[in-house]
Design a protein around this ligand. Structure first.
Ligand code: FAD
Length: 280
């Protein structure tokens, strides 16, 4: 099937993009890598009347390292994250996640901002933003605002972005000394969306877990931290004693791949495996 007819605009600045989004309201959609939006239009799940193509906006690109954070522009392609020496050095969790995001052809076009703005509950990058305590930078008609990743993902394909707003970037705090990350997912085939995934970050000190942030994806209607599990890990040398806390932390949803009970089981298996392999 082909997409319904639509108008196309290619603004050169954030201000121009915001003006177009404001002018066309609900009729407009932002086009980034198009790897999710265009298939949705072809399947007629989405039918925007105006596409606002942000690919020419230079201020949405680039990975920058400052004294306190790594800033990833919304238009940074998945492949850039995968190959970035700065990401490998400062955000090894993101580097570990990237090979699991779709396939090379999709990673060549798909963007960091598109993945986070879409809010797919089985996507890898949103879970990484939660585990690493990132902050999203959002532009709207009243200027910029910042939203903690914890408050950004609101439900199934729902985020804190308001109509007419543009996701500009995310800022990831530089990891403190001694902190380490671990990532893992279970998918039927490599590159498929995860049936269950885990992104973890924290301190492994003298063989014990401390200050852990553990985000699950592919389990509920959004990526989510497992707070009871995180608390139970504090000061523990091993994972197994804390796994039972996931019964209360997670509310798995059955999908085409697995029942809710199977997802919970897989989440525990994966958490044990991923955190067990976490090395400082
Ligand atoms: C076969 C296939 C397999 C895939 N597998 C995976 C996978 O395993 N894991 C995974 O995470 N993803 C997967 N994807 C999705 C892929 O990662 C997409 O690139 C991503 O979800 C969307 O990024 P995009 O840049 O293509 O966004 P687009 O498709 O252009 O946009 C997606 C949505 O976000 C909005 N949007 C985009 N950018 C912004 C912005 N800056 N501000 C506000 N709104 C914005 C758009 O309006 C649209 O609603 C897969 C896609 C395909 C086709």
């Amino acid at each position: 099937m082909k997409a319904p007819r639509f108008a196309y605009a290619r603004p050169a600045s954030i201000a121009e993009a915001l003006a177009l989004l404001q002018k066309h309201g609900d009729d407009a959609r932002v086009l980034a890598g198009g790897q999710s939006l265009v298939p949705m239009m072809n399947f007629r799940v989405a039918a925007p009347k105006v596409l606002v193509d942000i690919n020419r906006i230079g201020s949405l690109t680039g990975i920058k390292v400052t004294k306190s954070f790594v800033r990833i522009g919304a238009l940074v392609r998945h492949v850039e994250l995968e190959r970035s020496a700065d990401v490998a050095k400062h955000l090894p969790l993101v580097a570990a996640a990237m090979p699991h995001v779709a396939h090379p052809a999709i990673r060549n076009r798909g963007t960091f901002g598109g993945s986070c703005a879409l809010g797919d509950p089985a996507a890898e990058l949103p879970a990484c933003t939660l585990a690493l305590g990132a902050t999203f930078v959002v532009a709207g008609k009243k200027g910029e605002r910042r939203i903690a990743a914890q408050d950004f993902f609101k439900g199934l394909y729902a985020t804190a972005l308001k109509p007419g707003e543009l996701l500009v970037a995310a800022e990831f705090p530089l990891p403190k000394p001694g902190y380490a990350s671990a990532f893992g997912e279970l998918a039927r085939r490599h590159g498929d969306y995860a049936m269950v995934g885990v992104a973890a970050h924290g301190l492994r000190k003298v063989g014990k877990f401390s200050d852990m942030r553990v985000a699950f994806f592919g389990v509920g209607d959004r990526p989510q931290r497992a707070s009871g599990f995180e608390r139970a890990l504090e000061g523990q040398p091993a994972v197994d004693g804390a796994l039972a806390k996931l019964d209360a932390d997670l509310e798995p949803r059955a999908d085409l791949h697995a029942s809710a009970a199977m997802k919970l089981h897989l989440a525990k298996v994966l958490a044990d495996r991923v955190l067990g392999g976490l090395a400082a």
